[in-house]
Ligand binder design. Structure first.
Ligand code: AMP
Length: 255
């Protein structure tokens, strides 16, 4: 497995792959890899000659006061997971070099203004900018994204279509812990108490999903979800808001 730090190095490798006519699968990540990332890598491994994982805590998608500095990192463990999963190359650029004198950003209308876009106004601009750079550098055949970040998946799919990247965007199912919590690098931030409480999010969403299937009206749906959360005293209103946001993404997804 090659570990590559600069764009110039990547270009040489990619040129070789293209010359040989190999298909290339890209899995963009921010590292601190877990079973969720691994499932994307496995999917890419199945359908491409070459698999690349980018590991990059992307500064442009973090707003002021967010967790850019404290975001969990463990490069050695990440490299080991990639190697064992049969990855061909890992790209871990240096942020300063990658964004040297950077002035160009990619943004999307409409989809960015609700859900996570409301609370993190520059987030999706950063995501689309880094992905545009990665897509241009790697020219992948396919790129893999988790449905855990449902809004991100929709935005990327739309941007790729609008800007004619000619890359297949492949959605992958959410990997969960045994108690239903979606696996996430940021779960390490949870206290013991929060970790115990967190699966209520999934439970409430599942209840909502079952209710949608039965044709329940929106007002009643919200009540079902709120009741599930309120039954768990250690979670407050802010968690309810997260659930409702997530639920609307699921609904958007279906449409
Ligand atoms: P991140 O490193 O958190 O930016 O995630 C990189 C990619 O892995 C994104 O496409 C995520 O949606 C995906 N991903 C992260 N966690 C999971 C999970 N639990 N299940 C499926 N995909 C995931």
């Amino acid at each position: 497995m090659k570990i590559v730090k600069t764009v110039d190095e990547v270009r040489v490798i990619v040129k070789e792959w293209k010359k040989e006519g190999l298909t290339v699968g890209l899995v963009p990540t921010m590292g601190f890899l877990h079973a969720g990332h691994k499932s994307l890598i496995d999917e890419a491994r199945k359908n491409n000659d070459v698999v690349i994982v980018s590991i990059f805590v992307n500064p442009t998608q973090f707003g002021p006061g967010e967790d850019y500095e404290s975001y969990p990192r463990d490069e050695e463990r990440d490299f080991k997971l990639c190697e064992e999963a049969g990855v061909d190359a890992v790209f871990t650029p240096d942020p300063e070099e990658f964004y040297q004198n950077h002035k160009t950003y990619v943004t999307i209308e409409d989809l960015k203004d609700n859900l996570c876009g409301k609370t993190r106004p520059i987030h999706f601009r950063g995501v689309l900018t880094v992905l545009t750079k990665l897509f241009n550098i790697f020219r992948p055949t396919r790129a893999y994204f988790g449905r855990k970040d449902a809004q991100q998946f929709l935005i990327v799919k739309k941007a790729v279509k609008d800007l004619n990247f000619g890359i297949e965007i492949v959605p992958c199912p959410i990997k969960r812990e045994d108690d239903g919590l979606a696996i996430s690098s940021r779960n390490v931030y949870l206290s013991d108490e929060e970790r115990k409480a967190a699966p209520v999010l999934h439970r409430a969403l599942e209840k909502g999903k079952a209710a949608i299937k039965k044709g329940m009206k929106a007002e009643d749906l919200i009540k079902i979800i709120e009741d599930e959360i309120n039954g768990q005293s250690s979670l407050g209103n802010s968690s309810a808001v997260i659930i409702l946001r997530n639920l609307s993404v699921k609904v958007v997804f279906r449409l």
